[in-house]
Design a binder for this molecule. Structure first.
Ligand code: HEC
Length: 134
């Protein structure tokens, strides 16, 4: 019984790691789309994707349970579980900054600065502390 339970929880940890990696990859391609859509002035489509990304960050908050530390090719650093509050603050900030970005894209004079500040900058500040350097 105990053995099969461990096997089961090991599997689900692997699924969770796969799910969060997939969601980060999706966010990356979405972020690139947002960058090109805003550059082209396609604000409605961009806003939809921006809000989608904001929601994905909220989903990601729940994809770092304790049993997914140091398993299955994760690039997540142990620092996440040692500083869970700091990590969650950054994830929540990444989410709420997207909402802020959605209200700014139509009025800003400098799109690239806004994208850097409210979108790309958050990737870097989290990765530099919580993801294995690439
Ligand atoms: C609050 C923290 C945080 C934020 C914000 C964040 N990331 Fe990450 N990202 C991570 C962590 C942690 C991993 C490692 C996940 C794993 O391997 O289990 C990761 C992994 C990734 C991966 C690799 C996925 C894979 O298939 O292995 C990509 C790509 C990525 N992030 C892109 C981005 C981009 C682009 C942004 C910003 C638009 C971003 N991330 C914002 C923490 C963050």
């Amino acid at each position: 019984m105990l053995f099969s339970f461990e096997v089961y929880s090991e599997q689900s940890a692997e699924e969770i790691v796969k799910a969060r990696k997939a969601l980060f990859s999706k966010n990356y391609s979405t972020a690139k789309k947002i960058t090109s859509l805003t550059t082209d002035g396609e604000f409605d489509q961009a806003k939809q994707l921006i809000l989608e990304m904001s929601e994905n960050y909220k989903t990601l908050l729940n994809l770092f349970p304790d049993n997914t530390r140091d398993v299955f090719k994760t690039e997540a650093l142990p620092a996440i579980w040692e500083n869970k509050d700091d990590f969650n603050v950054l994830m929540n900030k990444a989410s709420s900054d997207m909402i802020e970005l959605s209200s700014l894209i139509e009025t800003t004079d400098d799109m690239s600065i806004m994208l850097e500040k409210f979108m790309w900058g958050n990737c870097k500040s989290c990765h530099s502390k919580f993801r294995i350097p690439q």
